[in-house]
Design a protein around this ligand. Structure first.
Ligand code: SF4
Length: 334
């Protein structure tokens, strides 16, 4: 399948900020885009490693169709090589013998299951961009919403290209230093991630951020403070931000797991800084699992694991004071 988004030299991939120059017969950094006789092609189109129902809360997306099921779709490959990847068996392997699917199959599965959305997730969707693009376009035609769970390393062209068919961007903000992206993520950089976050916000897409707290690696008070300052100056106070607990895995077993205290510290910093919707993930944390009204403090959405109840929200507004709560609470025209 011919790749989307390449430069006029026909060799430079324009999908992600690595911008690989790929000579004939070679592949890019992600190992799933190849120059075949002068044509850049994707090797992941229609190759599906997972297609199944998940609670939206698992993504995690807390302000996007809360309490609903989404059809999660993944392929294989990644443009990062994170040392702590929890899905390294599909992100760092060239998976052969996977299921084949057409975009129509995915959309039919979602409609048949009664899902209201399709999410692109598990491995980095940027490296199965063409399939995501075609599935999303069809999904929108069927009245489904769409979400991409991404490391945010897409180019601006890639974000702009998919934007008409993508409703939500759940972007990892893995750290707030170039050194982390360089050493942990395989020679990546922070600034393209910040650019994608900013672009998704400018395009008025639903946006949520996730920072996996790795004790002693990305959770210093200085680093988190810089992250929060950038976030609030650039995006305002209302982007949900999840601070989730690291567990040792893959190539990063030399670090201890994050404790309740570690993620609670990040959560408190965000809350004290004025963020409306900080959350905690991967540890039990009642306050960090609850959505509060920024105006009157009413408890709006209560979560236990992936189960959620919404006693305080009606038609996207706080039932007590009427404040509109940032997010997408229903499918338009449904
Ligand atoms: S998607 Fe990124 S890593 Fe893969 S070939 Fe394109 S620029 Fe390189």
């Amino acid at each position: 399948m011919q790749a989307r988004l390449f430069d006029s030299d026909l060799e430079t991939c324009g999908l992600c900020a690595r911008r690989c120059v790929i000579p004939k017969g070679k592949r890019g950094f992600c190992n799933v885009r190849e120059n075949v006789a002068g044509n850049l092609v994707t090797l992941t189109y229609g190759k599906v490693t997972a297609c199944g129902l998940d609670p939206m809360e698992k993504k995690p997306l807390y302000h996007f169709l809360p309490g609903t099921q989404t059809v999660s779709v993944s392929s294989f490959g990644c443009n990062f090589t994170c040392r702590h990847c929890q899905n390294h068996h599909i992100s760092q392997e060239f998976c052969r013998g996977v299921s084949r699917a057409e975009p129509e199959d995915i959309v039919r599965a979602a409609v048949g299951a009664g899902a209201e959305s399709i999410s692109f997730t598990y491995n980095e969707p940027t490296v199965f961009y063409e399939f995501m693009y075609d599935v999303s376009r069809l999904a929108k035609a069927e009245g489904l919403l769409t979400a991409v769970i991404t490391n945010g390393y897409m180019t601006e062209d890639a974000v702009n290209d998919i934007a008409p068919y993508m409703d939500a961007f759940r972007i990892d903000l893995k750290a707030f230093s170039d050194s982390f992206y360089q050493t942990v993520c395989g020679g990546a950089r922070l600034s393209p991630v910040l650019d994608s976050i900013t672009r998704a916000a400018e395009l008025k897409k639903h946006l949520e951020l996730v920072t996996l707290i790795i004790p002693g690696v990305n959770d210093s008070a200085e680093e988190l403070s810089s992250m929060l300052s950038w976030e609030m100056e650039t995006l305002g106070f209302a982007v949900p931000h999840h601070f989730t607990a690291f567990s040792p895995m893959y190539e990063m077993t030399d670090r201890r797991a994050a404790t309740h205290a570690d993620v609670d510290a990040a959560f408190r910093m965000a809350k004290d800084a004025g963020l409306y919707y900080p959350y905690v993930g991967n540890v039990m944390h009642a306050e960090g699992s609850t959505t509060y009204c920024p105006e009157c403090g009413k408890r709006l959405i209560l979560r236990a694991g992936y189960v959620c109840r919404m006693p305080g929200v009606k038609d996207g507004c706080c039932v007590k004071c009427g404040r509109r709560i940032e997010g997408v609470f229903s499918v338009p025209d449904k």
